[in-house]
Design a binder for this molecule. Structure first.
Ligand SMILES: Cc1ncc(COP(=O)(O)O)c(C=O)c1O
Length: 394
């Protein structure tokens, strides 16, 4: 018998091996090794999950609720989700809701359930990092649209229409947006909805930041006439309720599609974490006050940080959602990656280069304000010092 040489690379799916890891975490590995470094990089609430929500999780464990739930998630939780989303003028029944392991699983599931090989998915960029790889892993083809700072990073109907082909199946809409903080208001969404209906495509609407808006209530595209059946709404508990570690989200869709999503979820996951589901029921029932407090705190930080970057000569439109600003660093003459590297090495502040969110992020950096005012103030002082140094170099 002739033995061939073992090479582990021959056993790795080629789509996976050609994928790049997320560019977000790169700088944090360095930050963790640096003394006195400050990060304004991570996209997760600095708040601990409110106590009454944690307590509900603990209590469920005390009662011995340690079993799988139904594949779709606890009926009581799905009923609460339906009641909760009424605030966005959405009317769903529990059979249209699937509880998932974070919004992340919901996005992956959607791509795998909806796409057939070669289907095109339109992804406005800069955007959260998972849409492209999830599309590719599901056999689809990502088609990006560069949204622009002069349009406050909103997607326009004209830009969308230009990219639609006979192969387009899905449009990803992710507003309030990570990394730009952009929102889309009802009038903006109506124009997008008209194009979506005209060309008979579907929308994956990632509304994970729906609670974090600073100018009135969030609008879901699914609430517009004729859009519920063509929209797959993704949402979750991570951002609004400061529950990132609980890993809980949900997807709402046409009941026939929800059945198909549930099959994929059933084989991959079985059911979402039981303790987290009990905690989430409490979050939806009684979490409103805590969410209001966190949103008001983010809003104060948002104003401070936007103002500071504009004054430092790194212009930034006033973002109205999520907890990020996306200032331009083009005046420095540096690329995003170089700017972030120098800022980290010279002043020990970590930001994320805009290019981590797509090529159109070149010339920008993502700054998160999910940090305490104390930390933000200290970081801003250091960034100011860096900006002064750069002006001296010119
Ligand atoms: C736009 C967006 N969608 C989805 C997620 C995933 O969130 P999770 O899986 O924690 O619910 C994130 C996380 O940063 C995000 O920014």
């Amino acid at each position: 018998m002739i033995l061939s040489e073992f090479n582990i690379n021959n056993f790795i799916n080629t789509t996976v091996s050609s994928m790049q890891p997320s560019g977000i975490r790169k700088f944090f590995d360095i930050v963790n090794t640096m003394e006195d470094a400050i990060s304004l990089g991570v996209g997760e609430p600095d708040f601990i999950t409110p106590w009454h929500i944690r307590d509900a999780g603990v209590y469920s464990l005390e009662k011995g609720q340690t079993y799988y739930t139904s594949n779709s998630g606890l009926l009581e939780l799905r009923e609460e989700i339906c009641k909760y989303v009424e605030k966005y003028d959405l009317n769903y029944s529990p059979d249209e809701v699937l509880v998932t392991v974070g919004g992340s699983e919901a996005i992956d599931l959607t791509m795998r359930t909806v796409l057939s090989p070669g289907d095109e998915v339109i992804i406005p960029e800069p955007s959260f990092v998972c849409y492209k790889p999830c599309t590719t892993l599901a056999g689809g083809v990502p088609v990006t649209i560069e949204t622009k700072a002069e349009n406050e990073f909103k997607l326009t109907a004209e830009e969308l229409e230009q990219k639609i082909t006979a192969k387009t199946k899905l449009l990803v809409l992710s507003y309030p947006n990570n990394p730009t903080g952009a929102i889309m208001e009802k009038e903006d969404l109506k124009k997008i909805a008209d194009v979506v209906k005209k060309h008979n495509i579907m929308v994956l609407s990632d509304e994970i930041y729906s609670e974090l808006t600073y100018k009135g209530k969030h609008t879901s595209i699914a609430s517009l006439p004729g859009m519920k059946e063509r929209t797959i709404v993704v949402n979750g508990f991570s951002k609004a309720f400061a529950m990132t570690g609980w890993r809980l989200g949900y997807v709402m869709a046409h009941p026939a599609l929800t059945k198909q999503l549930t099959k994929v979820h059933q084989y991959a996951i079985m059911s979402s974490p039981t303790t987290s589901q009990y905690a989430a029921i409490e979050a939806l029932k009684n979490g409103n006050e805590a969410v209001k407090m966190m949103v008001s705190e983010y809003d104060d930080r948002r104003k401070i940080i936007t103002d500071a970057f504009n004054k430092m000569g790194f212009p930034c439109f006033s973002p109205l959602g999520a907890f990020y600003i996306f200032p331009s660093i083009k005046s420095s003459g540096m690329k995003s990656e170089e700017f972030c590297e120098r800022l980290l090495m010279e002043e020990k502040v970590a930001l994320v280069p805009g290019t981590a969110f797509g090529e159109s992020g070149e010339g920008y950096v993502r700054v998160s304000y999910a940090y305490s005012i104390k930390q933000i103030t200290k970081a801003l002082e250091r960034i100011q010092k860096f900006a002064n140094k750069l002006s001296g170099e010119k």
